[in-house]
Design a protein around this ligand. Structure first.
Ligand SMILES: *[C@@H]1O[C@H](CO)[C@@H](O)[C@H](O)[C@H]1NC(C)=O
Ligand SMILES: *[C@@H]1O[C@H](CO)[C@@H](O)[C@H](O)[C@H]1NC(C)=O
Length: 497
């Protein structure tokens, strides 16, 4: 177990400020140095994709092409940064392609990378637009460039809307609208991570661009309209490196070697107009006993790979820690709780018909004092007036939970599925228990979604084009990366200690 120790203390006021005010923009988001490992994104299959697009464009659609148009399933390695703080993937942008590391974030919907002239971007590797023959500025109807600002809980970025070829794991979107960042909060990203790839729905995109994953589905490139995560755990490693391989992202389907049993698919609560990947939390157990959590709008949960921990509403978080012997609020960390380090904390969350256990390793973030350890569930709504309703989630279910399941994000019908991890994926922390009387929906084959495609080899721009300058205000997502900031601080100090 890593030790948080006293080096953490000078930084706590920052965390507290973030949590006390969801709109506060702190000066730093910890994203540590990283190094590529175990990814397969330079698949030669991308050449076949390009060739097929060319054939289709010029009317040479063949049987082979038609077969390929049924789509593909491709698995890519994920990079785990700083003991599960962030999960990173790689994308290629431009012609010839430049490669970038990006945070894989199902809690937001924009793609961005910095420009070479970015202010306060430090060592963040930029996109050199002068080296891409396919870069285009996305202008308004009146011909002006479009400025967009995206606010996260941990900082903000501002830039201009551009389009270029974007590829991931051999899948290709051309053109894809995204943000070329010209200024960012100092220290928002460190090391060689360049940006964020949003994996939530277009409805949440500050750029109004169709997100890459949705563009790929609209274009029929995925075998199934879904992508799936296995997030590996390194939180409890002794002396973890800043960066190591951390699971698999499967685009266009699932990988049956990574899970066992059925996938329980749960329809999104906001399926009619999706933004976040939103489910209703139907129950929680602590140390084997059920605890009371709010229902209805106060149970809305964003399933968010881009958040390190789990944040929840005050009443529920209090009830969870009340069921852990010796748990007390951390005096110096608003919204966080501590418990005796010797306690094995067993928490399960239910969505739909099954209750999924969280490993005690994920519930224990490390020591804050000689005997006390900090818990992985924090009070998200403390000190703010944010309530449920209006589509705002009151729970943000991040990696603390998601490391314990195989998770499937399906566009149509819009749903999130959970399954037990196979031994090949490290195994789940016990078998999920059924909730009596609840329906279980298992995996089926679903048709590709209809709707207009934003990807076209003939060069039509995506539907994200806006008139005039945009100044995007905060969406509920601003709250969420506060957690990433927090765990980053913890991990960084653990390395110093
Ligand atoms: C595709 O293949 C089938 C048999 O494999 C054949 O009957 C059909 O004519 C072919 N279609 C085209 C467009 O080549
Ligand atoms: C499924 O996962 C296994 C284990 O990581 C891997 O060896 C295999 O290539 C994956 N399959 C696909 C289609 O991605």
């Amino acid at each position: 177990m890593t030790s948080v120790s006293y080096a953490l203390l000078p930084l706590l006021s920052l965390v507290a400020s973030v949590l006390a005010n969801p709109l506060f923009v702190p000066p730093a988001l910890h994203v540590p140095l990283s190094r590529r490992s175990g990814n397969h994104d330079a698949s030669v299959e991308r050449f076949a994709f390009h060739a097929d697009h060319l054939r289709a464009k010029y009317g040479w659609a063949s049987n082979a092409t038609l077969a390929r148009r049924a789509g593909q399933v491709v698995g890519v390695g994920i990079i785990d940064q700083a003991s599960d703080s962030s999960y990173i993937g790689t994308v290629q942008i431009g012609t010839p392609p430049q490669t970038f590391k990006v945070v894989l974030d199902t809690g937001s919907s924009d793609l961005w990378v910095p420009a070479t002239n970015c202010l306060s971007c430090g060592q963040t590797p930029p996109f050199d637009t002068s080296q891409s023959s396919t870069i285009q500025q996305v202008t308004s109807a009146s011909g002006n460039s479009q400025s967009v600002r995206i606010r996260y809980g941990s900082g903000q970025v501002q830039g201009i809307l551009v389009s270029d070829t974007v590829s991931m794991a051999g899948f290709n979107v051309n053109p894809q609208n995204f943000l070329l960042v010209e200024s960012m909060t100092t220290g928002l990203l460190d090391g060689d991570v360049s940006g964020i790839m949003g994996l939530a729905f277009e409805g949440l995109a500050s750029t109004n661009a169709v997100p890459v994953w949705q563009a790929l589905i609209n274009d029929g490139q995925f075998s199934s309209p879904e992508f799936s995560f296995w997030l590996d755990r390194h939180l409890d490693d002794t002396n973890p490196p800043d960066e190591q391989s951390g699971g698999v992202l499967t685009l266009g389907g699932t990988n049956s070697t990574l899970f066992t049993g059925d996938i329980e698919f749960l329809p999104l609560t906001n399926a009619a107009a999706p933004t976040f990947w939103m489910l209703t939390m139907t129950g929680a157990t602590v140390q084997g006993k059920s605890v009371t959590i709010p229902s209805g709008d106060a149970a809305l949960s964003a399933i968010d790979t881009g958040t390190t921990l789990v944040g929840g509403p005050t009443d529920a978080v209090n009830a969870i820690y009340a069921a852990i012997p010796g748990a007390t609020p951390v005096p110096s960390m608003a919204g966080f709780w501590q418990f005796p380090c010797s306690t094995e904390v067993q928490v399960s969350f239910a969505f739909g018909g099954k209750s999924w256990p969280i490993s005690s390793a994920d519930m224990n973030l490390g020591r804050i004092s000689a005997s006390q350890c900090v818990g992985g569930i924090f009070d998200l709504t403390q000190g703010s007036d944010v309530t449920g309703g209006n589509g705002n989630p009151t729970w943000v279910v991040g990696d603390t939970f998601l490391k314990n399941v195989y998770s499937v994000f399906r566009a149509n019908p819009a749903a999130v599925g959970f399954a037990e991890l196979s031994n090949a994926a490290g195994g789940s922390s016990g078998t999920p228990t059924s909730i009596p009387g609840s329906a279980t929906i298992t995996e089926g084959i679903d048709p590709l979604p209809s709707g207009s495609s934003s990807t076209s080899s003939t060069g039509t721009s995506s539907s994200g084009t806006n008139n005039g300058a945009l100044s995007l205000s905060a969406n509920p997502g601003v709250l969420f990366t506060a957690a990433s900031l927090f765990i980053g601080v913890l991990s960084g100090c653990a390395l110093l200690a």
